[in-house]
Design a protein around this ligand. Structure first.
Ligand SMILES: NC(=O)C1=CN([C@@H]2O[C@H](COP(=O)(O)OP(=O)(O)OC[C@H]3O[C@@H](n4cnc5c(N)ncnc54)[C@H](OP(=O)(O)O)[C@@H]3O)[C@@H](O)[C@H]2O)[C@@H](O)CC1
Ligand SMILES: Nc1ncnc2c1ncn2[C@@H]1O[C@H](COP(=O)(O)OP(=O)(O)O)[C@@H](O)[C@H]1O
Length: 281
């Protein structure tokens, strides 16, 4: 399926986020929870949580399966809880998967998360667990609040039981198939990310560059999507704005000589914040 002009995500998507009323308070901008971080991958959950904070979530919580982490020293604004405490917290958006691992504990937490009334974003190992379990798929289909999936082509291939080459051969078709199979909103990541949902509509993102091909970039995208949802954006708009901003941040940093070599996910989230506030790229 070839993109037509009206299928490109343009700069106008920046207007999707309303300006903040002068009398606002943090309660107006939602609560985000990020769940992941098996031993060795705490970084993934912190990157996603920091991105949610920097993209405007009113409150940001995170829970890591690695025991004993109670504070992000670089970002003490984030409230770090146990996984069970996080699942008991009233959240606008729950994002599950960054560095989650595929242990039995991870599977059980995902099962609980699928029953949570919050808007749910599934990434990384949450997608791998979902791909492997018909029971988790049935729970996904039974959800009454929106579910968003953020697979890269490898994860998409697992979810559709095919290989990465098949996904890449017709990316819009793969994204549409995922949306239909899981009754979810989807961003199929990679150069030219495809955003789609349970209708037949899809959009392709043209921002971004190979500087984004570095571990942690997807975790940051997940946090950005969660923050935009928490601020009231509809799933399709949140996916498009996050994909656009994520790529635009990398493009802006490239012009400053920061990347493509050595661009970091932490830099991308800060530049994305700048672009969103300036609405000027
Ligand atoms: N700091 C931390 O703690 C971090 C922790 N992290 C955590 O690591 C865990 C493993 O996640 P992961 O994504 O590295 O491994 P995995 O799912 O096997 O995917 C790799 C395969 O997928 C494909 N593929 C991917 N992109 C593609 C593309 N654009 N275009 C085409 N193909 C593409 C490609 O497949 P191939 O082409 O080889 O068939 C590739 O080999 C997970 O828990 C995650 O959260 C990370 O978040 C990083 C930061
Ligand atoms: N060459 C590229 N051009 C544009 N975007 C890219 C490119 N390479 C990676 N990205 C983007 O970077 C992110 C990588 O996500 P992912 O593979 O899940 O990373 P990780 O799991 O290591 O955090 C995705 O949003 C993807 O679209």
């Amino acid at each position: 399926m070839k993109p037509h002009t009206n299928q490109l995500i343009g700069k106008a998507i920046l207007d999707a986020l309303p300006t903040r009323p002068l009398d606002s308070n943090k309660g107006n901008f939602g609560s985000v929870g990020i769940l992941g971080g098996a031993p060795g991958m705490t970084g993934a959950v912190l990157l996603a949580a920091r991105a949610a904070l920097h993209l405007g979530a009113g409150k940001t919580y995170a829970a890591s399966l690695s025991s004993g982490i109670t504070l992000d020293c670089m970002q003490p604004e984030i409230m770090l809880l146990d996984p069970s405490q996080l699942l008991d917290t009233a959240l606008t958006v729950l994002a599950v998967g960054p560095g989650l691992g595929q242990s039995e504990q991870a599977r059980q937490l995902l099962e609980s998360a699928l029953k949570n009334p919050a808007i749910l974003v599934l990434d990384a190992d949450a997608l791998n667990l979902l791909a492997a379990s018909p029971d988790l798929k049935n729970l996904t289909l039974a959800r009454t609040s929106p579910t968003l999936l953020t697979p890269h082509p490898g994860e998409a291939a697992r979810l559709l039981a095919c290989d990465t080459k098949t996904i890449q051969r017709d990316r819009p078709a793969a994204a549409l198939q995922l949306a239909e199979k899981y009754c979810a909103w989807v961003v199929l990541k990679g150069a030219g990310s495809i955003c789609t949902g349970p209708g037949k509509e899809w959009r392709i993102n043209t921002t971004g560059n190979p500087g984004l091909s570095s571990a942690g970039m997807g975790d940051v995208l997940t946090g950005m999507v969660a923050a935009l949802l928490a601020q009231g954006l509809e799933p399709f708009a949140a996916l498009q704005l996050a994909a656009y901003l994520h790529g635009a941040a990398a493009d802006a940093l490239l012009l400053q000589g920061i990347g493509p070599v050595g661009l970091t996910a932490s830099e991308v989230m800060l530049e994305a914040r700048k672009i969103l506030n300036q609405r000027a790229i």
